[in-house]
Write a protein that binds this ligand. Structure first.
Ligand code: PMP
Ligand code: GLN
Length: 389
């Protein structure tokens, strides 16, 4: 047989799938893969059910159902004062994953350099490499994961085509602050580069912090594409409805890639998400406050058990140091042990690194779970880690 695609054939299965399968196999409480255990608003699910029965059930337009594209444009105007033309500057995709892939394929050429920040979400690099582009990775350090101007100056250069920024950030829960965004904006303009912003957790930012789209900074609208996910915004992760917004000149080639990746996305779900975006109360402070209470509950429990937790300002996730409880195990071995022996699944943070010698003392817990599930997990940890110690 001729050799297979070296990029994909050499990859493992994503850590989220691996840990969820292990959790199912061992009956563990799954705080690994990021998904809520309560489905999002009934009104949105009812709208989808109605649309399955009454239609539309045939191919929607390639760019997305007009009502959803209009709702996304309205959303961005209302929240961030960003003005997009819904017909040419908004594209509906099959989840943020597809939006990111379409954007990378649509915007990159072989040899282009892409600046990324480590730890990074696992879908980015395989697509960047498949596009023939070259990653230039800035490694951020715990506990604050601060991005400095000096670090940016080491990776930006004449070949920099694009920066991929994820804020709020998975797995760290970091929200990039105005100073960090300004430093990045400055380099983007100076080197005439593009930004692809993975902002799927935009509505999962806790009190005291604000989500600021890079696109809303002066001069950045023309060079920035913003990626969002209805799965995150409405606690419906399995729906895989995403969307992106950006200037028409960038969205056009991205739509060309999209038309050959998926072409379109289930129309009933699009119609229902459009209705959901109009229900501002369904995803504004209500979701943040509920999630903040869950974060506090899990963090307090983890600390009681003896974990040192790192600060978290947004997303579904909290990271914890395992040094004191880790039994000398590296993060991946510890997560396996925790899942199979203690009955609580978590994700090793080293899975979010590409470069050599990733940190081995951090694991990620997902807190978007019912309070009784979080308590059950803490109970297991307490019995397994503290009592057995
Ligand atoms: N980006 C980040 C940072 C994520 O955590 C996720 C996972 N949900 C995605 C993109 C993918 O989102 P979607 O499920 O909408 O494809
Ligand atoms: N984004 C989710 C996480 O970080 C997982 C999504 C997936 O399994 N592909 O856990």
């Amino acid at each position: 047989m001729t050799p297979l695609n070296a990029n994909f054939a050499g990859l493992g299965t994503t850590i989220f799938t691996v840990m969820s399968a292990l959790a199912v196999e061992h009956g563990a409480i799954n705080l690994g893969q990021g998904f809520p255990d309560e489905d999002g608003p009934e009104a949105i699910r009812a709208a989808a059910a109605r649309a399955v029965m009454d239609g539309p059930n045939q191919y929607p337009p390639m760019m997305g159902v007009p009502a959803l594209r209009q709702a996304v444009a309205d959303h961005d105007r209302r929240f961030y004062g960003l003005d997009w033309d819904w017909q040419t500057e908004v594209l509906v995709t099959s989840g943020a994953t597809e939006a990111l892939a379409a954007a990378l394929f649509g915007l990159l050429s072989p040899g282009d350099e892409v600046v990324l920040f480590e730890p990074l979400y696992d879908s980015y690099l395989p697509i960047i490499r498949q596009a023939g582009a070259v990653p230039r990775i800035v490694r951020l350090s715990p506990p604050d994961w601060t991005l400095t101007a000096a670090a940016l100056d080491q990776v930006f250069g004449p070949k920099t085509k694009l920066v991929l920024l994820n804020t709020p950030m998975n797995p760290t829960g970091k929200v990039f602050d105005p100073q960090e965004l300004a430093a990045l904006a400055d380099r983007l303009c100076r080197w005439d580069a593009l930004a692809l912003c993975d902002e799927v957790y935009e509505h999962l930012v806790f009190a005291g912090q604000h989500h600021r789209p890079l696109a809303s900074l002066p001069g950045l609208r023309a060079r920035t594409v913003r990626v969002m996910s209805a799965g995150k915004t409405f606690s419906l992760t399995g729906w895989k409805v995403g969307y992106l917004a950006g200037p028409a000149g960038l969205v056009a080639p991205i739509a060309k890639a999209h038309q050959f990746l998926t072409f379109t996305t289930a129309p009933h779900l699009q119609v229902a998400v459009a209705a959901g975006l109009a229900l501002r109360h369904a995803y504004d402070r209500g979701l943040d406050d509920d999630l903040a209470a869950k974060r506090d509950r899990l963090v307090a429990g983890l600390q009681r058990v003896g974990f040192e937790t790192l600060p978290v300002d947004g997303s579904y996730f909290v990271t914890a140091r395992i040094e004191s409880l880790g039994r000398g195990l590296a993060d991946d071995a510890f997560c396996r042990w925790l899942t199979t022996r203690i009955g609580v699944a978590a994700v090793p943070v080293s899975a979010f690194y590409d470069g050599p010698e990733p940190p081995r003392d951090l694991i990620r817990f997902c807190f978007c779970k019912r309070p009784d599930v979080l308590d059950g997990a803490i109970d297991r940890l307490e019995r397994g880690l503290v009592v057995a110690a």
